[in-house]
Design a protein around this ligand. Structure first.
Ligand code: BGC
Length: 268
């Protein structure tokens, strides 16, 4: 994709799942990638290994790309400040932020523990904002930059027992649109991609054939998405191929947001 080579990229929550696939894809595109993680240093190192293999496979000479791991809890302002300082000083700048870190809990809305609800809002929504504002402050000093947020189909569609998750992702939608408008004249583009059911560790049902089949029966295309399919869209939104797109969410969901129950015609 155009415009990713030699860009400095920070991917939050890149020790597993979609974040790991995004970090890998950017390395294959010739970008320098900082892998943020909260827990799981070993997994973050594994992301780096996977990135190096992917860039080699893409014909990029070994050692020609910078990479680093950076620990930090995106919901903590001090951690976010330190993380940005480390990345910017090690790479000499930052061009692209991928707000990917997130968590998910499920439970009856009148019963879910408030502490868990707060934590999810803190990570998924406030954390994305803390990182976005740091990135924007930097972008304003160097002529622009790009933010891509990992949202969810639930920024749009409600799902029982997912109230906190749905609130955090629809909040992210509001953030994406607001910041895109606010900084449109500053050469800063801000977009989201919205995964549907994806085969990642955040979704343990992927290893339970019966639950997986049940979930996939609701997806118009009849299958879950892969982390790589999400990463491709994140890379596109960050690339120059998307140069005229800002404030948008691209749904990557096999048709899940298309009112799947209408797929087979109703009588009456
Ligand atoms: C969630 C998945 C869920 C999917 C569709 C995603 O955002 O992470 O757990 O299966 O939305 O509901």
């Amino acid at each position: 994709m155009r415009g990713l080579k030699d860009k400095n990229v920070l991917v939050t929550g890149a020790s597993s799942g979609i974040g790991k696939a995004i970090a890998t894809r950017f390395a294959a595109e010739g970008a320098h990638v900082a892998v943020n993680y909260y827990k799981g240093e070993e997994e973050a190192n594994d992301t780096i290994k996977q990135m190096r293999a992917a860039s080699l496979a893409a014909g990029i000479a070994a050692g020609s790309l910078k990479d680093m791991t950076v620990q930090g809890d995106v919901s903590k302002e001090e951690d976010v400040s330190t993380m940005f300082e480390q990345v910017i000083s090690t790479f000499g700048g930052l061009d692209i932020l991928i707000n990917n870190a997130g968590m998910q809990i499920q439970g009856a809305s009148h019963e879910i523990p408030l502490a868990q609800f707060d934590k999810m809002i803190d990570i998924n929504m406030r954390g994305a904002f803390l990182c976005a504002r740091k990135a924007i402050a930097h972008f304003l000093t160097c002529g622009g930059g790009i933010i891509v947020n990992d949202s969810s189909v639930h920024e749009l569609i409600p799902r029982p027992e997912y109230v906190g998750y749905t609130m955090s992702k629809s909040g992210l939608r509001g953030m994406t649109r607001t910041l895109a408008l606010e900084y449109a004249r500053d050469n800063i583009r801000i977009n989201s991609f919205a995964p549907g059911a994806t085969l990642t560790p955040i979704n343990p049902w992927k290893d339970d054939p019966q639950r997986k089949a049940d979930i996939e029966s609701h997806i118009p295309m009849g299958r879950s998405g892969t982390p790589e399919e999400m990463a491709a869209v994140a890379a596109f939104l960050a690339s120059d191929d998307a140069a005229y797109i800002t404030g948008q969410t691209l749904f990557v969901d096999g048709g899940l947001t298309l009112f799947p129950s209408f797929r087979t015609p109703w009588t009456g």
